[in-house]
Design a protein around this ligand. Structure first.
Ligand code: NAP
Length: 312
C-alpha cells in the first residue's frame, strides 16, 4: 500500500514552501512535489525589495533557498516529479506522477503561473536565441549589448532596471502611453539614463534566422511600422496559471485560476490552493507565503475535524 501523507503540496515556490513549513511545524507528514526548479518565478527575480525584512539586496534564489531549508528542518520531505493526473474523488486523494503515484489526506495546490507570450511573429522560433522571459537567467548574455523589454507592469519595469547592469541600452516597448507598474518603480525607470521608452507600440515580428537581430514595431495610434535593432528581447507581459491538470476536477475561473475561499479551500473538501495559481488581486511573494501558511493550517484543521467523519 502506498504511503499516505497528511498533506502533499504541489509546487515548490514561496506558497508551497511556506505551506510546507507550516504543515511540518504542525507535525503533519508533509511532502512537496516540484517538477523542475524550486522557487517558481521568485527563483528568476533578482531583487526583492518589497518582501518585508529583505533590505540587503536579497535575491529571489537566496530567499527560496532559505525557505526550502527552513521547511526541511521542520521535517518537510521533497520529491522531484511531474504530476500528470489527479484523482480528488475519494477520501484519500491520489496524484499520479511520471515517477510514482502519491496519496494524501489533503492536497495543497501551489503550482503557480508561467510567463505569457507576447504573440509576435517568430517569438517561439527565437526563444532562447535572443528572446527571453527571465532576466536573472539570461541578462549576462547581453553584456554591453542592446536589449528590448516588452511590457509596462512591475515585472517589465523591475527587470529593465536589472538589465541595465549588463546591457548598454534597454528599450522598453509598451502598448499604451502609461505604465501599469508601481509609481516608485516608474520613477527609477525614468531616472535611469540607460533606459529608453517607446510608448503606444507593439512588437509585430522578431527578425533573424539563427539568432535575434531586431524587432519590427507598430505604433498602435498611427499604424506606422519601424525597425529596432536589438540583440535581446525580454518579454514581461503577465502570467498564466498552471492549472490545466485541475480542469474539470476543481472550480476554476474563466482565466483558469483556482477559486478558493479566504481559508484557501477549493470546492473539493481536503483540497486547498495557495499562491499565484489562485484567483486573487495581488500576486506577490508575501501574499503567496501567506496563502501557504493559511492553506497548511486549514489542511491540519480539516484532518482533525472532518477527515475521520468522511465515508467516501
Ligand atoms: P502585469 O501587471 O499583468 O502587466 C503586464 C504588462 O504587459 C501590462 O503593462 C500589459 O499592458 C502588458 N501586456 C499584456 N499583454 C501584452 C501583449 N500581448 N503585448 C504587449 N504588452 C502586453 O504583469 P507583471 O508585470 O508580470 O506583474 C504580475 C504581478 O506580479 C502584478 O501583480 C505585479 O504587481 C507583481 N509583481 C510585482 C513586482 C514588485 O517588485 N513589486 C515585480 C514583478 C511583479 P497594459 O498595461 O496595457 O495592460
Amino acid at each position: 500500500m502506498a504511503h499516505i501523507y497528511d498533506t502533499i503540496i504541489i509546487g515548490g515556490g514561496p506558497a508551497g514552501l511556506s505551506a510546507g513549513l507550516y504543515a511540518a511545524r504542525s507535525k503533519m507528514d508533509t511532502l512537496i512535489i516540484e517538477r523542475s526548479k524550486f522557487g517558481g518565478q521568485t527563483a528568476t527575480t533578482d531583487e526583492l525589495e518589497n518582501y518585508p525584512g529583505s533590505i540587503e539586496n536579497c535575491t529571489g534564489p537566496e530567499l527560496i533557498e532559505r525557505m526550502r531549508k527552513q521547511a526541511e528542518e521542520f521535517g518537510t520531505k521533497f520529491a522531484k516529479d511531474e504530476i500528470t493526473t489527479v484523482d480528488f474523488s475519494g477520501k484519500i486523494k491520489k496524484l499520479v506522477g511520471n515517477k510514482e503515484t502519491y496519496e494524501a489526506k489533503t492536497i495543497i495546490i501551489a503550482s503557480g503561473a508561467y510567463p505569457r507570450l507576447a504573440g509576435f511573429e517568430s517569438e517561439l522560433e527565437l526563444r532562447g536565441k535572443g528572446v527571453s522571459y527571465c532576466a536573472t537567467c539570461d541578462a549576462d548574455f547581453f553584456t554591453e549589448l542592446d536589449v528590448a523589454v516588452i511590457g509596462g507592469g512591475d515585472s517589465a519595469l523591475t527587470e529593465s532596471i536589472y538589465l541595465t547592469k549588463f546591457a548598454d541600452n534597454v528599450t522598453i516597448i509598451h502598448r499604451r502611453d502609461q505604465f501599469r507598474g508601481a509609481k516608485s518603480i516608474q520613477d527609477k525607470v525614468f531616472n535611469n539614463p540607460k533606459i529608453k521608452i517607446i510608448y503606444d507600440s507593439v512588437v509585430e515580428a522578431a527578425k533573424g534566422d539563427e539568432i535575434l537581430e531586431g524587432l519590427t514595431l507598430k505604433n498602435v495610434k498611427t499604424g506606422e511600422a519601424s525597425d529596432l535593432k536589438v540583440d535581446g528581447c525580454f518579454v514581461f507581459v503577465g502570467y498564466l496559471p498552471i492549472s490545466e491538470l485541475f480542469t474539470g476536477k476543481i472550480k476554476l475561473d474563466e482565466a483558469g485560476y483556482i477559486i478558493t475561499d479566504e481559508e484557501m479551500r477549493t470546492d473539493i473538501p481536503g483540497v486547498f490552493a495557495a499562491g499565484d495559481v489562485r484567483q486573487k488581486s495581488l500576486r506577490q511573494v508575501i501574499t503567496a507565503a501567506a496563502d501557504g501558511a493559511i492553506a497548511a493550517t486549514n489542511a491540519e484543521h480539516y484532518i482533525e475535524n472532518e477527515f475521520d467523519e468522511l465515508h467516501v
